[in-house]
Design a binder for this molecule. Structure first.
Ligand SMILES: *[C@@H]1O[C@H](CO)[C@@H](O)[C@H](O)[C@H]1NC(C)=O
Ligand SMILES: *[C@@H]1O[C@H](CO)[C@@H](O)[C@H](O)[C@H]1NC(C)=O
Ligand SMILES: *[C@@H]1O[C@H](CO)[C@@H](O)[C@H](O)[C@H]1NC(C)=O
Ligand SMILES: *[C@@H]1O[C@H](CO)[C@@H](O)[C@H](O)[C@H]1NC(C)=O
Ligand SMILES: *[C@@H]1O[C@H](CO)[C@@H](O)[C@H](O)[C@H]1NC(C)=O
Length: 651
């Protein structure tokens, strides 16, 4: 019996002709259909038979064509190059990233790939801002730094002709316990009176980026050392301000390098609490008119915040620090996007060589990523780092290391959108540390532009708009052709013509007319699911057809007994097996007996409680009557007023 049943189910589902074809999951409306990968929609009015559900309009393009659809709607993805200048090392017009602007129209779930080229150009301009720790221990370095401008220029000339250089310094927040606030020490914070120091500050922009090296020398010569009380300095405050004060520092859209020199560690977010500074840093520029940042309002920035700010502003960071504190900065550098740590001699004499080496290291790693990509858009990268390399795994970003100047690398990018976007969305791609961007705008092909939209269409009984081959009925009407008046509670008339979710309207054997199946031929039943011709026959005569009785149409019960007596055929109904009923009886009786026992238990408990309460109440009343209440004075009570009699007093 089990086998027969399974076979029946198998036949049943095959017979239903599931609309789900490989590569397309059918949907009932055109918009939903286009959101389903691999699907096309047929808008031809006469495409469906009356009993076919509108899901059948949604199928693979080939399948629709083979079923006779003249014009399947199947928009395909489009890529438009809006700006696609060739790579160039021309100094007036350097182009390192190609293309520059793309527009995509994408189908949901259908990936689209395109290529991006990158080439490090010779002679790309460099902006270098030198950030120096001015705490007292750095006083021997200040002399070395004075000549730095010319040296850096000479060294970096091998990379580019166009270099600008700037200078800033940092000490610590002007608050206890970092800096002494005693007036004399505040004005001259040197450890001994022999030296003269300048008052401390958190950060000062001394020289905005300039191509004048003489200016650099002059400004650095003017600097006096400063001092503070504790050893960690406000280095993170300084990096933050140098990164976000774009206009004051004067960063251009070039390679941006921040050189950080120090011989000590740095304060981190949370240290501000020592001075009662709780407010987290707001990531904004707070320099006053003379380029000072006192830092008393905001806490030190967190490393995560700094990392984001540096990435957003394409600033590459070179830590040039003395040997003893290298481990601390190596740990910090791991958390920052584009940064390297180099060992600074205790008098900074090797800083130029260090900068040039670090610059080379930094710019040899090409890291392509997307920024602000809309939710639901998946971007994957294939990096072809060596010339001619074709095969590469898909990754979440593009990465090539040890790329030399004038070497070209190639990335294949894949966009896959998983849902419809409400409007055109723009985002961009960028190589870390390079300000050039590839702008991309994306829209999704989710609208069915069928180009019809006939209002009060005759096809819809003048009660709806015909669009994409489907009637969109006016308020109050329903049905494939708006032939039904909407009952108050029903959501969809068609829904009541489906036996279950997966089946066709009226099992594919009838049409749904205002929520009732009108069956064809020999089919009957609420969903036309019954077929009389499936009943057993005897001598080519149909057994037991009696429409007055509501026959079950399942085939898993042997329903008939044929008795042949003296040439006459007698057909008896055998009692429908009671096995199912018995289950119900068992379930029913056990449920009711459980309920009955439950009620009985509750009643008995309640009764016992009631008796108990009564007895208690009775005792209470009795005790109350026997009690003799008397008014007595609390022995602990003392009157608040005391009367003292003066024995000498005579009235
Ligand atoms: C740098 O490029 C960005 C966007 O590409 C632009 O908004 C900004 O104005 C440019 N800055 C300068 C100084 O050219
Ligand atoms: C900026 O701050 C510094 C140090 O706190 C102060 O000496 C200077 O006068 C301030 N400049 C302006 C323009 O407020
Ligand atoms: C700097 O290092 C040299 C040797 O490398 C040493 O002789 C000198 O005393 C150091 N100076 C300071 C200020 O630590
Ligand atoms: C540059 O890279 C080389 C090799 O990877 C490494 O040995 C060196 O320490 C790096 N220098 C800097 C300053 O990062
Ligand atoms: C594209 O996205 C769809 C669903 O959003 C997913 O089923 C499909 O596997 C994705 N294709 C690729 C190549 O990632």
């Amino acid at each position: 019996m089990r086998i027969v049943l399974q076979v029946t189910i198998l036949l049943y589902s095959v017979g239903q002709g599931q609309p789900q074809v490989q590569g397309c999951v059918s949907q009932p409306t055109c918009t939903k259909c286009l959101m389903s990968p691999g699907c096309a929609w047929c808008k031809d009015i006469k495409f469906l038979k009356t009993w076919e559900s509108s899901k059948r309009r949604c199928d693979t393009q080939e399948s629709l064509k083979s079923r006779g659809c003249a014009h399947p709607i199947n928009p395909s993805a489009v890529q438009e190059d809006q700006k696609n200048n060739d790579l160039s090392s021309d100094k007036q017009n350097v182009v390192q990233l190609q293309p520059q602007n793309l527009h995509f129209k994408l189908r949901v779930g259908v990936p689209q790939t395109f290529n991006v080229l990158f080439k490090r150009a010779q002679g790309y301009p460099i902006d270098l801002y030198y950030l120096m720790d001015l705490s007292f221990s750095m006083r021997d370095d200040l002399d070395t730094i004075k000549n730095l401008g010319e040296d850096i220029l000479k060294t970096l000339k091998k990379f580019t002709e166009s270099i600008r250089i700037g200078f800033g310094s940092f000490v610590d927040k002007v608050a206890l316990p970092y800096v002494s606030l005693v007036k004399d020490r505040r004005n001259n914070p040197c450890p001994s009176r022999i030296h003269t120091c300048q008052p401390a500050f958190s950060f000062q922009n001394i020289l905005p980026l300039t191509s004048q090296t003489s200016e650099f020398r002059r400004k650095v010569t003017e600097q006096r050392i400063s001092g503070n009380l504790d050893s960690p300095e406000s280095g993170l405050d300084a990096i933050m301000q140098a990164a976000v004060c774009q206009d004051v520092i004067g960063w251009r859209n070039n390679t941006r390098i921040l050189v950080y020199t120090s011989d000590d560690t740095f304060h981190i977010a949370g240290d501000g609490k020592l001075a009662g500074i709780y407010e987290p840093h707001d990531g904004k520029c707070h320099l006053n008119g003379s380029g000072f940042y006192g830092g008393k309002t905001f806490d030190y920035p967190s490393v995560g915040h700094l990392s984001k700010v540096l990435a957003d502003n394409d600033i590459q960071l070179i830590f040039a620090v003395t040997e003893d504190i290298v481990p601390a900065y190596k740990a910090l550098s791991k958390l920052l996007p584009l940064s390297v740590v180099g060992v600074l001699k205790n008098d900074s004499s090797n800083v130029v060589q260090l900068i040039s080496e670090a610059y080379n290291n930094l710019s040899s790693a090409i890291n392509l990523e997307q920024y602000d990509a809309p939710a639901g858009l998946d971007v994957s990268y294939q990096s072809h780092c060596l010339p001619g390399q074709k095969e590469a795994p898909w990754q979440t970003k593009g990465l090539c290391e040890n790329v030399k100047i004038n070497e070209q690398v190639n990335f294949t990018l894949r966009l896959n959108v998983s849902k419809c976007l409400k409007e055109k969305k723009s985002f961009y791609f960028k190589v870390q540390g390079i300000t050039e961007t590839l702008k991309v705008s994306v829209e999704t092909l989710c609208d069915c532009q069928c180009g019809d939209g006939e209002e009060s269409s005759q096809h819809c009984n003048n009660r709806g708009t015909l669009s994409c081959g489907v009637c969109d009925c006016n308020e109050g009407y329903l049905g494939q052709r708006c032939e039904c008046e909407k009952p108050k509670d029903a959501i969809s008339v068609d829904a009541s013509c489906h036996q279950d979710n997966s089946s066709q309207l009226c099992s594919g054997h009838g049409s749904c007319e205002c929520g009732k199946c009108k069956c064809q031929g020999n089919h009957h039943g609420n969903f036309c699911q019954c077929d009389n011709t499936n009943c057993p026959r005897h001598d080519n005569m149909l057994c037991a057809v009696d429409h007055s009785k509501d026959l079950p149409c399942s085939t898993d019960t042997a329903m008939y007994e044929v008795v042949s007596s003296e040439g006459n055929i007698l057909v008896h109904y055998r009692e429908i097996p009671k096995s199912i009923d018995r289950t119900y009886v068992i379930i029913g009786s056990s449920v009711s007996s459980i309920i009955f026992i439950g009620i009985a238990v509750i009643l008995v408990t309640r009764l016992l409680l009631e008796l108990h309460y009564r007895r208690e109440y009775h005792n209470f009343m009795k005790a109350q009557q026997e009690t003799d209440w008397k008014e007595t004075k609390n022995p602990l009570f003392r009157n608040a007023t005391t009367t003292i009699l003066n024995p000498m007093y005579e009235s």
